[in-house]
Design a protein around this ligand. Structure first.
Ligand code: SAH
Length: 361
């Protein structure tokens, strides 16, 4: 019998499961508290439960233990990157980034952001992306996604710190794994559990129009970031193969639908590759494409990967690109290249690890 992963259940589902075993909501709450407030990792540690219930838990459910397969820290100490392995031996990357608060309160000197994966590998095959170069292995379950965040919470708790932001920008395409990703978000934001603020969660997508519309129709006030990388169909298709299926017009229509429905600004990501998509033509095309939309561009200078020949744009070309966007009234920010010395770009630790002996735990 395969055991149910407890982290894949919403609080309502846990309550239902307990009811089917003959236990009241009170007991479900005790378990929920153990999972998300006390951050327990083993059903044997649920000693606050009635012994018969604890025994049943141990028999019937699993907490899907994850192991640290590899860990690296950037030389500036601001980025830690982990390769986490699930019981089926498949691994994903999880990154913890520390930011200085601009106006630090005494109790809040640092803000921590976790970069979380949604799939093992990725089916989207973006040419410059290390995960895209790896191909698709499997979807993560809601519990697999939740486990990464709990790992981060425990790691930060050991140093008396707390997680503030989540970016779904690790390995995988979250909207290709829609139901599990949304369920994980519901679990992570549950006010009786980790209670992460939906506004502190950003989902990054290659841009699947049907799913963007679905997200617009649902009630999760998270932030949306759409990976654009090209402002004409030809340029985008050269970098992002799924663009052949979803032309820019269809994608932008879905984005407009989203921002109208949710009244929220959309972030667009643009990996800047020298003389590929950092030209004045692309910048002007992008300015026209986003006219009249509430948009913000996150510019990411390319993190070189073994499977792709491009180079990052130099600071002058980045600046020139931004200046043109500015002339269309479009704000942009250059995303800090965090952990470049530990290859903390999407999928880079996992691909490097294929050539490394495992560090184990
Ligand atoms: N599948 C999601 C999440 C991917 S990672 C998506 O497509 O948005 C988050 C961002 O990093 C995406 O915009 C992705 O295109 C970008 N990215 C991936 N590899 C990169 C690299 N080597 N250099 C710069 N940006 C990269």
């Amino acid at each position: 019998m395969t055991q149910q992963n407890l982290y894949s259940l919403t609080r309502a589902e846990l309550t239902e499961l307990l009811a089917s075993w003959g236990y009241s909501e009170f007991h479900a709450k005790q378990i929920w508290h153990g999972l998300y407030r006390n951050l327990l990792t083993d059903t044997a540690d649920f000693t606050h439960l009635r012994p018969d219930l604890q025994q049943r838990l141990t028999m019937e459910v699993t907490l899907g233990h994850i192991a640290v397969q590899n860990a690296q820290q950037s030389s500036d100490g601001y980025t830690r990157k982990f390769l986490l392995r699930y019981p089926d031996q498949k691994s994903v990357e999880t990154v913890i980034m520390r930011f200085h608060a601009r106006r630090a309160r005494p109790d809040e000197t640092n803000r921590y952001t976790a970069c979380i994966s949604s799939q093992v590998g990725c089916a989207m095959a973006c040419v410059f992306c290390a995960t895209g170069q790896m191909g698709f292995t499997r979807h993560l379950s809601a519990g697999d996604i939740v486990s990464q965040v709990l790992f981060v919470q425990r790691t930060l708790k050991e140093q008396n710190s707390q997680l503030r932001n989540i970016v779904l920008m690790g390995m995988g395409e979250p909207l290709h794994n829609y139901d599990n990703t949304m369920k994980a978000i519901d679990i992570l934001t549950d006010h009786q559990g980790l209670a992460l603020a939906p506004r502190h969660i950003t989902l990054s997508t290659v841009g699947i129009p049907r799913r963007i519309r679905q997200l617009a129709d649902e009630q999760r006030p998270i932030n949306l970031a759409v990976s654009l990388h090209g402002a004409t169909d030809a340029e985008r298709q050269a970098l992002v193969p799924p663009a052949k299926r979803w032309p820019l017009q269809e994608l932008l229509d879905a984005c407009r639908y989203y921002s109208d429905a949710r009244k929220r600004r959309i972030f667009f990501e643009w990996t800047l590759i020298a003389y590929e998509n950092d030209t004045a033509e692309q910048a002007h095309a992008l300015g026209k494409l986003l006219a009249g939309m509430s948009a913000h561009i996150n510019v990411i200078p390319l993190n070189p990967t073994t499977g792709y020949n491009g180079t990052p744009s130099d600071p002058q070309r980045v600046r020139a690109f931004q200046d043109i966007l500015h002339s269309y009234g479009i704000p942009s920010t250059v995303r800090q290249r965090r952990g470049i010395d530990i290859a903390a770009g999407c999928g880079q630790l996992a691909s490097a690890d294929q050539n490394l002996s495992h560090m184990g735990t």
